[in-house]
Design a binder for this molecule. Structure first.
Ligand code: GTP
Ligand code: MG
Length: 136
C-alpha cells in the first residue's frame, strides 16, 4: 500500500470545509488517516514544501496564502492513495475541475484550491518528512 501527504489549505479551514473533505477521503474503502494536525505553516516549512515553484510568478502569492491561516495536515494510507486523492481533488484549476471533485465542487480561484496531495511516491516520502518528521 501507499501513503500520501494531504494539506487542507487555509481557504478550506476558513470556509468550514474540512469535515466535508475529510469525510470524502475517509469513505474510500480501505483508506486510513494515520496522522492529522491543525497548524499554521512557517516560511521555512513552506519553502521546503513548495521549493520547486520558486521563481514562478505565482510563488510569492502562494506562499503568502499558505501562511494566511491554519491548515490541516494529514497522512493518508491505503491502496493507490497517491493517485486516488489527486483524483478526488481534481485538476489544479478549480474551474476546469469536474463537479463531484473537491476543487470542482468548492473552488474558483487557482491559488485557493482547497487541498494539496502528493503527486508521486517520491514526493509523498519527501513531504511526510517535512510535516511529520517523527513518521519518516
Ligand atoms: P498542490 O497539490 O498544491 O501542489 O497543487 P497541484 O499539484 O495541483 O499544483 P502545482 O504543484 O503545480 O502548484 C502548486 C499550487 O500553486 C497550486 O495548488 C495552486 O494553489 C498554485 N498554482 C499553481 N499554478 C498556478 C497558477 O498558474 N496560478 C496561480 N495563481 N496559482 C497557481
Ligand atoms: Mg503540486
Amino acid at each position: 500500500t501507499q501513503r500520501t501527504l494531504v494539506l487542507l489549505k487555509p481557504d478550506a479551514v476558513r470556509r468550514g470545509l474540512t469535515g466535508e473533505i475529510i469525510s470524502r477521503i475517509e469513505r474510500k474503502a480501505g483508506w486510513r488517516i494515520t496522522a492529522l494536525e491543525l497548524r499554521t505553516l512557517d516560511t521555512d516549512t513552506l519553502e521546503q514544501h513548495y521549493g520547486e515553484h520558486q521563481g514562478k510568478p505565482f510563488y510569492e502569492p502562494l506562499m503568502e496564502f499558505m501562511a494566511s491561516g491554519p491548515v490541516v495536515a494529514m497522512i493518508v494510507e491505503g491502496e493507490r492513495v497517491i493517485e486516488g486523492v489527486r483524483a478526488l481533488a481534481g485538476p489544479t484549476d478549480p474551474v476546469a475541475a469536474a463537479p463531484g471533485s473537491i476543487r470542482g465542487d468548492f473552488g474558483v480561484i487557482v491559488r485557493e484550491n482547497l487541498i494539496h496531495a502528493s503527486d508521486s511516491e517520491e514526493s509523498a516520502e519527501r513531504e511526510v518528512k517535512i510535516f511529520f518528521p517523527g513518521r519518516a
